[in-house]
Design a binder for this molecule. Structure first.
Ligand code: TXA
Ligand code: MG
Length: 310
């Protein structure tokens, strides 16, 4: 049996023992439970220390499984899923009755996503059921991009981690809500607004962007993804507080590569033992759509985001 087959067997057995699964995806690792096991869904909130008002994304193997969980599946949902699944896009749609309120926090809608990761896809197929999963970090902390990140946040008694290597995308999926004829982005991700626009507008819909802070409630909590030391996002060192030791984060000057290493760089900052960490934001990033999602995560993780004041 290959290493992956062995891991899959172990994961399926761990579920029988009441454990959650650390699920590798192309974005970040998820903390997963089958949607038809309420006690395991509750366990997600418990071990993650996540408030019940923050709903979970349901991970599916394919479009046909997704359709069973949505009350409506308009042509624009079909077009988006066809174009971007499996991949880093979550679709929020009116939920089917069978989806429990525990997963959706009582909302009438459900977030659905087919992840593009071979091990995750095979796991979902073999389990034969969809899995609810938030990112596998403690609430408000940095999301995990390796099996080791998950293993160090949760005990082996609670979570079996499928090791699918380092996450390729590195930050969470783009979330798009489809409600009747209204389509809007709830959370930016590496699938950009213009990529979505091309598909949505070709079906005769307009694409809007949700602005505001009232928790609808996508990754919208203001403080999120935080390293354990205060993060200063700066364009130059004069923006930093005086008399503090500083761990510098230099991201690659390419948004795709920056997303891939962002959370790893936050973890290194947390472990640095310095008073603060500083991330250099190049002012050209602020005008470039490809950086939008990375800047969104930096803004939420930062105690101070100097470039915004310029
Ligand atoms: O890439 C991802 O999306 C990762 C991987 C594991 O799939 N998952 C992830 O989950 O980022 P989480 O729970 O950390 O963030 C999901 C966000 C939450 O902030 C939640 O509020 C929002 O999705 N969400 C889930 N269901 C929703 C719904 N029905 N309406 C609005 N927002 C929803
Ligand atoms: Mg999260």
């Amino acid at each position: 049996m290959s290493e992956d087959q062995k891991q899959l067997e172990q994961a399926l057995a761990a579920l029988q023992d009441g454990k959650l699964i650390g699920l590798p995806t192309e974005t970040v690792y998820g903390l997963a439970a089958p949607i038809d096991q309420p006690e395991l869904i509750e366990k997600i909130f418990h071990v993650k220390e996540r408030p019940f008002f923050d709903p979970l994304i349901v991970h599916v193997a394919d479009v046909s499984q997704a359709k069973q969980l949505a009350r409506e599946w308009p042509d624009v949902a079909e077009a988006l899923a066809k174009t971007f699944w499996p991949g880093p896009l979550t679709l929020v749609l009116p939920k089917a009755e069978s989806v429990s309120d525990l997963i959706t926090s009582g909302l009438p809608t459900v977030g659905l996503r087919a992840p593009a990761h071979d091990l995750a896809r095979e796991f979902l197929q073999r389990a034969g059921v969809a899995f609810a999963a938030p990112s596998a970090n403690k609430f408000s902390k940095t999301s995990p991009t390796s099996a080791n990140d998950v293993g160090s946040a949760f005990s082996e008694e609670d979570v079996f981690v499928l090791d699918g290597g380092a996450c390729e995308v590195g930050i969470e999926s783009t979330i798009v809500e489809i409600n009747k004829d209204k389509v809007r982005i709830l959370r930016p991700g590496m699938i950009s607004k213009s990529q979505l626009q091309a598909v949505v507008e070709s079906r005769g819909y307009a694409l809007n962007v949700f602005e505001g802070d009232n928790v609808v409630a996508p990754g919208q909590m203001k403080e999120h993804y935080r390293p354990d030391v205060p993060l200063y996002a700066v364009t130059d060192a004069s923006d930093l507080p005086k008399g503090q030791t500083v761990h510098w984060i230099e991201l690659p000057d390419d948004a795709v590569l920056a997303a891939r290493v962002l959370y790893k760089s936050f973890r290194e900052a947390s472990a640095s033992g310095k008073d603060v960490c500083a991330l250099h934001v190049d002012s050209s990033w602020l005008k470039n759509e490809s950086w939008e999602a990375v800047l969104n995560r930096i803004r939420k993780a930062a105690a101070h985001f100097a470039p915004l004041k310029l």
